[in-house]
Every structure is written in C-alpha cells, then in structure tokens.
Design a protein around this ligand. Structure first.
Ligand SMILES: [Zn+2]
Length: 391
C-alpha cells in the first residue's frame, strides 16, 4: 500500500515541460458484468489521452507511459480485490504503482504537470498505526493492520494446566484447587498480554488498538490493561480465537477502524462548523481557508470529496489565490493556473504536518463550501487581545 512519505514524494513531484500521468483503477468482481465495461473505459481513457498527447506535442515518453498503463489495466482481472494507482512520468524515469483498498475512487486518468492526489487525501488522515490483539484465556495473537493489510506479529501462548489424578470429577478439595490454578494461569496470561501491549505502545509500534476477545473473558482482560492503553482501544469484537481466520480478523478490524474514523470525522465536521459560526477557531470556504493556511493558523484541514475549485499558484513564492489573477498579489511574480486547487492543498497539508480529513456525503459540510479548517489560533483575534492588553 502507500505510506504518508510516499504520498509526500508524489506531492512534491512537478514537471513544467512534460506530463505526469495519474491513473486510478477500480476493479469490479467478475459477477458484476460491468468489468467488461471497465476494461473498455480504460481503453477509452488512454486513447483520448494519447490523442491529446499527439495533438499537443511529440512526447514519446508520455505515449510509452500511457501504453504501459493500458497493458497493466488489461492484465488486471475483474477478480482482483484491490484498487490500483499508478503515477508515471517517463521523461523523469518515474513509475510508481500502489495497491489501494477497494471502492476507493472510480477509474480515472489524468495527464498534468503534477500528479492528481486528491483521492489519496482519504488515506492521509486514515492511517493510524494499528494493532489487533486476539486473545483468550490461553492464547494471544498480535497483528499489525495498515490500510486493510494484515501482518501477523508474535504470539503469546500458555499450555493449560493438566488436570491430575483421582480428584477429577469430584467437586472436593482437589477439584477446587485445580479450578483455582486454572483461574490463576488465565490471570497471569492476561497480565502478560497486557504488559506486552503496553510495551508495544511505549515503543511506538502502534497508536490505536483493536481487540478480539470472547465476551466472557473481556472483563477479566480489560481489568489488566493499563489505563493509557485502554484509551487507545478503538473497539472490540467478540470472537473465539481458535476459529478465526486472518481474513475475518482483517474484516472485523477494518470495520471497527472505519467506524471509528467515521465517528471522528463526523465530530470534527460538527466542531469546525460550530467554531466557524461563532467566529472562533474555525473557518469555511476556500478564500478563508487559504488565508488561514498562509498564516499558519490551521491545525486540521477538511476537504469535501466533491470539492473542486480552480485557483492560481505563484511560480515564485507558491502563494495560492482563489481569484484567477495573472501576477501574485504577494510578490508580483507570474502565476500559473491550477485546474483544481486540491492538488496543491494536499502537498501543502503534508508539508505543514496538518491533520487532514476527507469528508464524504455530508450535506451541511457541502452547504458550507465543502472546505474548512480547524484553527490552532486566530491571528486577528490574537492581535486584538494584544492591542486590548496594551491600551
Ligand atoms: Zn508570489
């Protein structure tokens, strides 16, 4: 899959003379007859891009990139579960291929001076380092989950204490003794597992945690978890460890992660809109957001999936302007037009280390202009406070 660092590399890529090709491919299952249509669609997209390329310039490397993409799309069969993204620029010898989660974005092809990264915005804010811990009274399995990809780490296992001798079947003294030993063993085991998890968190191996555990053991295990580990638990699912396949773990953990992200996104949208309404730590609309970005006020940037807006970028100081002006209002140099300002906002968010949320299907957010930012502070209000303090 794709890391934040790789997205950053793509974001910094720019070629003034020449073309960068971005290709997103959404696979369909073979049962879905539209797979054929999908293949035809790719051919059509590539053919159109080739025609454009021939019209504008003699660009052999662009043609080669497009043909290579076409060949790749033809080799991807409909039963392929993952979506794919390709970023290519033959002129610079640049070719990157990534697997993406399914239903990521429709099949699309872009030829431009930079890569089209907006669909990736949904990954930037949605990649906590995640551990899934599957635990019962004797076993614990540890997994890393990143972008729907599951990797098994170590495990902790305890051999159950052997029931001995004649006392089996009696509920006498020995029977009670064995029972206590089993309870002790389980408690020690849960304690070891909790310790191992705490150690992982302290070593920065994960940020969030998902737990698979049977209902009857959950209370006992939870009691052993350190309070600050407990705060990292995104959710739990009920399961029998022995019967669980890796695919089921991946599905359950992904479901919990996505639910938790959706909740957080929802809360974030509400907060930004409230803050903006009360003229406090929130702004909405492209112009206000650009201004806040430039002032370094932004903590979290929220970008609607339907957001699209032309803008200009200064070729000198990189100032972004919502009005399509020829020269930069900040430094006077020439500007260049961006078909969609999102392509510049995502690199900017990555450079500034901002939290980024990609908002889908939210009517209120739509009405507020489909772009907003939560601020760390507001320069204008700060100045007001200082002036008031000085007077
Ligand atoms: Zn400028």
């Amino acid at each position: 899959m794709i890391t934040r660092e790789e997205i950053r590399e793509l974001a910094e890529f720019k070629i003034d003379r020449g073309r960068a090709v971005t290709f997103y491919f959404e696979p369909r299952t073979p049962q879905d007859k539209s797979h054929r249509e999908e293949a035809i669609l790719v051919k059509e997209l590539v053919r159109n891009a080739l025609r454009e390329a021939e019209k504008n310039e003699k660009n052999g490397s662009l043609k080669a990139d497009l043909n290579r993409i076409l060949a790749l799309a033809e080799s991807l069969h409909g039963n392929q579960a993952r979506a794919k993204a390709v970023f290519a620029c033959g002129q610079r010898n640049f070719w990157r291929e990534f697997d993406l989660p399914p239903q990521f974005t429709p099949t699309q092809l872009f030829v431009n001076q930079q890569f089209h990264l907006k669909p990736l915005a949904q990954l930037v804010g949605a990649q906590p380092r995640l551990w899934a811990v599957i635990v019962d009274r004797q076993r614990a399995r540890f997994f890393e989950l990143r972008l729907d990809e599951l990797k098994e780490r170590e495990g902790l296992f305890r051999t159950p204490p052997v029931r001995q001798g004649r006392s089996d079947g009696f509920s006498g003294y020995d029977g009670g003794h064995t029972q206590r030993r089993i309870e002790d063993e389980a408690r020690h085991h849960f304690k070891d597992v909790a310790e191992h998890v705490k150690d992982g968190l302290e070593r920065g191996l994960f940020e969030s945690l998902i737990i698979g555990c049977h209902d009857t053991s959950w209370h006992e295990f939870e009691a052993q978890l350190h309070p600050y580990v407990r705060r990292r638990v995104l959710g739990r699912f009920s399961t029998e460890v022995a019967k669980l396949s890796n695919d089921q773990i991946r599905e359950q953990a992904s479901r919990i992660l996505h639910e938790s992200l959706a909740r957080r996104r929802h809360e974030m949208v509400r907060e930004v809109l409230d803050q903006a309404k009360s003229n406090s730590r929130g702004v909405t609309g492209l112009r206000r957001v650009l201004r806040s970005l430039e002032l370094g006020e932004v903590q979290t940037l929220l970008l609607g999936s339907n957001f699209r807006h032309a803008a200009v970028e200064c070729t000198g100081c990189r100032h972004l302007e919502a009005h399509l002006v020829r020269s930069c209002p900040a430094c006077g140099r020439e500007t260049r037009e961006l078909e969609d300002v999102s392509d510049a906002l995502i690199p900017l968010a990555l450079r500034q280390g901002l939290e980024l949320f990609y908002v889908k299907d939210d009517q209120e957010f739509d009405r507020a202009g489909n772009i907003a930012a939560l601020l760390r502070f507001r320069t204008d209000q700060r100045r007001g406070r200082i002036e008031r303090a000085a007077s």
